[in-house]
Design a protein around this ligand. Structure first.
Ligand SMILES: Cc1ncc(COP(=O)(O)O)c(C=O)c1O
Length: 365
């Protein structure tokens, strides 16, 4: 026994670590399929912006130099993109880091955080690892029940997490639902609105970030470069909020938390509207194609506003996950989200989706 482990900070010893999707190399080594299609981690099937990829070649000349610790060039472009000031922005090593910084800044053993049941797994991890209590609100038809959230707040509540759309359910909440909640709750609670899948939502009543930010200094919005921007491997994302809040978070940020390649690629990706539009269009087409085909096969799909679909059917999800991997298709079981009957599949290219559907039907026959 390692004695030091008796002194782990409260919450860490029984923390369930994040389980990433299986990698292509892993699946090839274990199952040796003739081809692998990875639809497990909600990545962009079109890859990164071609302009960002090109920029990386030039940026590799300065690998020996520390990156710009302030990410100035990227922040200028994000400021333009989000119509905010540069001082309203914090850059993270993935948007996950911004979630973690906020949790570290406001959560401790005397506090609690409110989140929806079946919400993105990292909220629980960052809450528990800071010794804080997790308060889960039941969903309505898998959707965050924002109307009920305030009933679950305790005096100790310091953070409220909202994933919009949520992963793995794919459900979204309207602007009015978010604003009504913000008006109901004390301004001493930080609301984190996680918009990692923002670009994929097509609904007119979706959140207007500037309208919310202008009213609520206790709101932190996070966005990711890992999804539509296709830069998941570089680990870069950002948060934007009231300047005073950003200043506080920057105090505990590592000085060089985002590397220069990630910053450079993100600068090009955020301006590449052609690639973003193409990705949105592909996702919308292929998401409805997959929904139609899966429903036709008798699957029960949760209508999704993201780049993935969670579904259940006449299968054991853990067995199906393995059977599909043997056929070279990597999906994601979501038992960790208390959805043991469900499988989540990322919307791929037309060819990838067809391959997945073909293998799914073979495995289930
Ligand atoms: C809802 C949600 N938020 C945040 C993230 C984290 O993204 P990043 O890669 O920017 O850390 C994910 C990643 O899957 C996600 O699903």
């Amino acid at each position: 026994m390692n004695k030091i482990l008796d002194y782990l900070n409260k919450g860490i010893s029984d923390l369930h670590p994040y389980e990433p999707g299986r990698s292509i190399d892993d699946v090839i080594a274990e199952y040796k399929p003739e081809k692998v299609v990875k639809l497990a981690s909600n990545e962009n099937p079109l890859g990164a912006s071609p302009k960002a990829i090109k920029a990386l070649e030039a940026a590799s000349d300065s690998l020996h130099l520390y990156p710009d610790g302030d990410s100035k060039n990227l922040k200028l472009l994000i400021a333009k993109h989000e119509s905010v000031d540069i001082d309203n922005i914090i850059i993270g090593n993935g948007s996950n880091e911004v979630l973690e910084l906020a949790a570290r800044a406001f959560l401790n053993k005397d506090s609690s955080a409110v989140m929806s049941k079946h919400a993105f797994a990292v909220y629980k991890i960052v809450t528990q690892s800071n010794g804080s209590k997790i308060i889960e609100v039941p969903t309505t038809d898998w959707k965050h029940s924002l109307n009920d959230f305030s009933n679950y707040f305790e005096d100790s509540t310091r953070i409220c997490f909202i994933a919009n759309p949520n992963n793995p359910t794919g459900t979204y909440n309207s602007h009015d639902e978010v604003e009504t909640l913000m008006l109901k709750i004390p301004s001493s609670v930080l609301v984190i609105l996680d918009l990692a899948y923002f670009e994929y939502v097509e609904e007119d009543d979706y959140v207007d970030t500037n309208r919310l930010l202008s009213k609520f200094p206790n709101l932190l919005i996070t966005k990711s470069f890992s999804k539509i921007q296709g830069l998941a491997s570089l680990r870069i994302g950002y948060g934007f909020a009231d300047k005073s809040l950003i200043q506080a978070l920057n105090k505990i940020r590592q000085p060089f938390n985002s590397n220069s390649l990630a910053q450079e690629a993100a600068c090009y990706a955020i301006q590449d509207n052609e690639h973003i539009d193409k990705s949105v269009k592909l996702n919308a087409e292929q998401r409805s194609y997959l929904m139609k085909k899966l429903t036709h096969m008798g699957m029960d799909c949760i209508p999704s506003h993201g780049n993935f679909i969670s579904f259940k059917g006449p299968f054991n999800s853990e067995k199906l996950f393995i059977d599909l991997m043997k056929q070279g298709v990597i999906v994601r079981p979501v038992a960790l989200y208390d959805m043991p009957e469900y499988i989540r599949v990322t919307v791929g290219t037309e060819d990838e989706n067809k391959y997945f559907l073909q293998k799914l039907s073979e495995v289930l026959s």
